[in-house]
Design a protein around this ligand. Structure first.
Ligand SMILES: Nc1ncnc2c1ncn2[C@@H]1O[C@H](COP(=O)(O)OS(=O)(=O)O)[C@@H](OP(=O)(O)O)[C@H]1O
Length: 330
């Protein structure tokens, strides 16, 4: 009982089950209840068990158990998710955010709302790092943004989930996507040939995922059926490179976090050609992203690039209109 009373959700975040118990104890308080999580989980309730994974029970920066009034860290479902886009700069954003003492994130991409949904919320919750009350649990899986079922599924976990989308010029994003595939399968056809259904007529192959993912306005419509636009933050992938502290400022505000990550945390690494962290999370050493981030792109026929720019322009305009932000791609 004492523990429940100590676990009041901070910043209006929903803490499944515990918040339900808490609101039942304090019926006068207005609190959103996550009945779907509560009822849908059966005996394997994602909200009533300690973490099952074997990581240390110590909270970050607090070695050992604290014998005071501080409750033990527990696994919580994420209150914020980086849902996309693939090759937008999602890893950089998560790595940078992890520097914040109030952010705890899963390293790997859980792919819960696309590939692993049948495993259930308890499985998902158990992937999460242990957090103390007040810390934000996060994950990133860029394919969620283009997954039809993802908005409804995330909404049924919690309508209050904050969503972050890192977007990048869809033409460079497509080339980056292709570069990644090429690194794994060097024998694939050229970017130019995959771009067109028919090169002579100039008809773009919109069924090619590298092209499809960049039609942001179309994917966003799907999310807006379940989430208000104010619950989605759009981060510019370009500005994340040119001004990481500026974009991180916006993200911290959106998450209700104190602005702790500032320009003091970054330096530009000339060899890498990207901003890097002066100190990574839990380390005192400088840290750049790995070799798979910031690859050299192959040269693409400029006529094809122009054709793609023309193709994306109306979708980009629609996207700027929907988000109220001009990303400057055109
Ligand atoms: N600081 C920093 N360091 C390195 N790379 C950075 C950084 N910030 C953004 N980026 C850009 O991130 C691109 C990869 O995006 P994602 O992490 O979203 O890719 S993935 O979908 O998870 O595979 C990656 O794309 P490529 O340049 O095409 O490799 C980078 O341009």
């Amino acid at each position: 009982m004492k523990e429940l009373l100590l676990l009041e959700p901070a910043r209006g975040h929903i803490v499944p089950c515990l918040s339900i118990c808490f609101s039942l104890l304090r019926p006068g308080r207005q609190r959103r209840l996550q009945w779907d999580v509560f009822l849908g989980s059966g005996s394997d309730s994602p909200c009533s068990q300690p973490c099952n994974h074997s990581s240390s029970c110590a909270a970050p920066g607090r070695p050992g158990r604290t014998p005071s009034l501080t409750p033990d860290p527990i696994c919580r479902l994420p209150q914020a998710i980086i849902i996309g886009v693939k090759k937008g700069g999602t890893r950089a954003l998560l790595e940078f955010l992890r520097v914040h003492p109030d952010v705890r994130a899963v390293g790997a991409e859980p792919h819960f709302f696309d590939r692993n949904y049948e495993r259930g919320l308890a499985w998902y919750r158990d992937l999460m790092p242990r957090t103390l009350e007040g810390q934000i649990t996060m994950e990133k899986t860029p394919s969620y943004f283009v997954t039809k079922e993802a908005p409804a599924r995330i909404s049924s976990m919690s309508k209050g989930t904050k969503l972050i989308v890192v977007v990048r010029d869809p033409v460079t994003r497509a080339i980056s996507d292709y570069t990644q595939t090429l690194s794994k399968k060097p024998d694939i056809p050229t970017f130019e040939s995959l771009t067109f259904k028919n090169r002579t007529t100039g008809l773009i192959d919109t069924s090619w995922s590298a092209i499809q993912i960049g039609i942001y306005a179309k994917h966003l419509e799907n999310w807006l059926l379940y989430f208000p636009i104010g619950q989605i933050l759009f981060v510019s992938g370009e500005r994340l490179i040119s001004d990481p502290a500026g974009e991180l400022g916006r993200v911290q505000d959106f998450l209700g976090l104190k602005r702790i990550i500032t320009d003091k945390h970054f330096y530009f690494n000339k060899t890498k050609g990207f901003p890097c962290l002066k100190k990574a999370e839990g380390s005192s050493k400088p840290h750049c992203l790995g070799k798979t981030k910031g690859r050299t792109h192959p040269d693409i026929d400029q006529e094809v690039v122009q054709r793609l720019r023309d193709f994306y322009r109306p979708f980009n305009m629609k996207f700027y209109q929907m988000t109220g932000q001009d990303f400057g791609w055109d």
